[in-house]
Design a binder for this molecule. Structure first.
Ligand code: MSP
Length: 653
């Protein structure tokens, strides 16, 4: 195999409770990086797993009346189910309770003991069980754990110690000589300061509980859970059992971890490896924390967000996209339902969804779904083509630097440019003139090329959607490993030749209605009928509106009207400005249907209009009348009521 190897890991999660959206955040990042590296042609080994030993788990199991293994089996199954739902593409899932891992931990503990770097002594100090961390008196914050702020317990036991102090200078030198070793830089500086304060030898065994890996030469002791947990990275990459695999993937390229456990990974772990004579990982990347509405998630605050429920409500790709797009990797980021819905609506339903829908709709309407003969591109196409060609290399650089949200922004700039290109090239006008068929097809071909590039580049972030876009484009749905290589070739691969058939346009991300309790109402209730952001006809509530008489109905002046021109209202997601012919007069109507109909879809349609609706100003435009449309309860589908066989101005009764 001559592909370059790439090994990325997530932390292994404690199965002390079910995972929340913060854990899903970390794994989503690792998954996006793993998928990107596969796209870039690397041979990826992506590892995740569960950290199943320790006092905290033993206590939790007892509280639940279960043996530790019964307890962790149940929770670990929920982790695996979550990763499957979230579309996580790990190559291995390691459990620290597996025999392969026990063997490695015992072997290395013995080796380090034999060489004199582990020794026995009395330990007296403080222990934070939730963090499974030893602290010295002077390190406590007002008597509590300096990491999580919770109370610590006094521990007095005979223990084995790991001679960390011996390796302090070597580690410091390594960190100083390898600026990329700890990232981002702020974490690196923190670690340098921490080490410079002096490293104490670390207590690496416990005797007061037994849920752990026994010390091989002294069975009263179990191995300290962090020594056990960190070792997972070499167990899974074959240190003891598969030397060929180990030679291929080790050292790891990135251990991705949350900021609070950078210390374990960039101090304890490298020193274990130094003691073993094994190369150090290339990078420890410490990401920020996800907070909820500005607050740290905790059970006691009742603000823990369950990723499974979110996936069920919004779909895995929407959640992945939000986490990757919204947050700067090294910094803390905020999760809120409101921001999630806004992001889905603006980027996925609107920008990406519209580009796909508009393009495929035009392919259907003007070409019956098959691309026709094209001609040479014009100057009007040059800007779009240049931007598309330049995207892949820029994206690659950003992804290599772990600037994930910047890479996503870059793709969306191209999407925005392509939407603008449709408005500039006006395919609906080209379609009216048979002499312009080749030009129309060139425009469509360029749009298909852009969408194909986008479908590859978004695959690490929204893999299911990428496949759906590709099948609608009439391409192989899977994005093949190494696909990035050819992306700068705009058009040269000839994947959209005359005769190429595209599929039926199907919405990839339905818009989500922002409920009043989640987003402040924009208009008073008595002006509801004029709210541009609402669809005109909502699904009827089960109890139904109040009865009306025929005279009430007769008050409505419903008429057929032909749409003569349509354009998007600038800086809005939902609004179209329509010019309509009512037979006897021309009107302007602003309608909130832009996520379902593109301007070119609208021109030529005969719709039904409430003609005697009082005019209203919507985004500065006087709108006189309203279109009738029907939508399902959650507004995933909306269809205009039309009368295609009638001229404008007919009365609807
Ligand atoms: N078991 C140890 C890791 C051992 S790795 C050899 C552990 N487990 S954990 O379940 O408590 O945390 C796992 C990861 O989840 C950590 O990287 C932690 O930072 C991350 N997160 C937990 N809550 C988080 C947020 N709210 N936001 C982002 N990441 C968070 O530590």
């Amino acid at each position: 195999m001559n592909k370059q190897p790439f090994f990325i890991s997530t932390p292994i999660y404690y199965p002390s409770d079910r995972l929340h959206i913060g854990h899903a955040y970390c794994t989503t990042i690792a998954d996006a990086v793993a998928r990107f590296q596969r796209l870039a042609g690397r041979d990826v080994f992506f590892l995740t797993g569960s950290d199943e030993h320790g006092q905290k788990i033993q206590r939790k199991a007892a509280e639940n009346g279960l043996s530790p293994i019964q307890y962790v089996d149940k929770i670990v199954a929920s982790f695996q189910m979550l990763w499957e739902k979230l579309g996580v593409s790990h190559d291995d899932f390691i459990r620290t309770t597996e025999a392969r891992h026990h063997e490695v931990v015992q072997t290395i503990f013995q080796k380090i003991f034999d060489q004199g770097d582990i020794y026995k002594a009395a330990y007296e100090g403080w222990y934070c069980t939730p963090c499974e961390t030893f602290w010295l008196e002077r390190q406590l914050t007002e008597g509590n754990c300096p990491d999580c702020g919770r109370p610590v317990e006094r521990v007095q036991e005979e223990s084995y110690f790991f001679r960390m102090s011996k390796y302090q200078e070597r580690l410091l030198k390594h960190i100083e000589e390898h600026p990329e070793f700890i990232q981002p830089v702020s974490r690196r500086n923190e670690m340098i300061n921490f080490i410079k304060q002096g490293l104490e030898d670390l207590c690496v065994s416990r005797t007061t509980f037994d849920w752990g890996i026994p010390v091989p030469f002294d069975r009263k002791h179990v191995v300290y859970v962090w020594f056990d947990a960190l070792t997972n990275y070499i167990t899974a990459s074959g240190y003891l059992h598969d030397p060929e695999k180990f030679a291929r993937y080790w050292p790891a390229d990135i251990h991705l971890v949350g900021k609070e456990i950078v210390r374990f990974h960039s101090i304890i772990w490298p020193i274990i490896l130094m003691a073993l004579g094994v190369e150090l990982p290339k990078q420890i990347y410490g990401h920020g924390w996800l907070v909820v509405e500005g607050d740290k998630m905790s059970k006691s605050k009742g603000n823990v967000v369950d990723p499974v429920l979110l996936i069920e409500e919004f779909g895995a790709d929407a959640i992945r996209f939000f986490l990757l797009r919204e947050i700067n990797l090294g910094q803390d980021g905020n999760f809120s339902r409101d921001a999630l819905i806004k992001r889905i609506n603006s980027d996925l339903a609107n920008d990406l969804g519209n580009l796909l829908h508009r393009t495929l709709n035009m392919m259907q309407r003007y070409n019956g779904g098959a691309l026709g003969a094209t001609e040479a591109p014009t100057e009007m196409d040059a800007g779009l083509i240049e931007m598309a060609k330049a995207l892949a290399p820029r994206y690659r650089e950003q992804m290599d630097r772990m600037e994930i949200n910047a890479a996503i922004k870059e793709i969306w700039q191209l999407i925005g440019r392509a939407n603008k290109y449709i408005d500039e090239t006006e395919p609906w006008i080209l379609a009216k003139d048979p002499a312009k068929a080749a030009r129309l097809n060139t425009v469509l071909q360029n749009l298909l090329e852009v969408l194909a590039i986008v479908s590859v580049l978004v695959a690490p972030f929204i893999p299911t959607t990428a496949g759906r876009i590709r099948s609608q484009l009439g391409l192989e749905s899977a994005v093949v490993p190494g696909a990035m290589e050819r992306l700068g070739n705009f058009g040269a691969d000839g994947q959209f030749q005359p005769g190429h058939r595209t599929g039926k346009p199907e919405p990839i991300f339905p818009r989500i209605e922002e409920k009043p309790e989640e987003a402040p109402a924009e208009k008073p209730a008595n002006q509801q009928e004029q709210q541009p952001e609402k669809h005109q006809v909502a699904a009827v509530a089960p109890e139904g509106p109040a009865e009306i008489t025929i005279d009430d109905f007769a008050k409505l002046d419903l008429r057929t009207a032909k749409v003569t021109a349509a354009e998007k209202v600038e800086k809005t997601d939902k609004l179209l400005k329509l010019s309509v012919d009512l037979g006897s007069e021309q009107r302007t109507i602003v309608s909130g249907i832009s996520q379902y109909y593109s301007p070119e879809d609208m021109v030529g349609r005969t719709v039904i209009v409430i003609a005697n609706l009082k005019p209203a100003k919507i985004r500065g435009i006087e709108s006189h009348g309203m279109l009738l449309a029907a939508s399902d309860a959650d507004r995933t589908m909306l269809s205009l009521v039309t009368a295609p066989d009638l001229p404008a101005g007919c009365k609807v009764k």
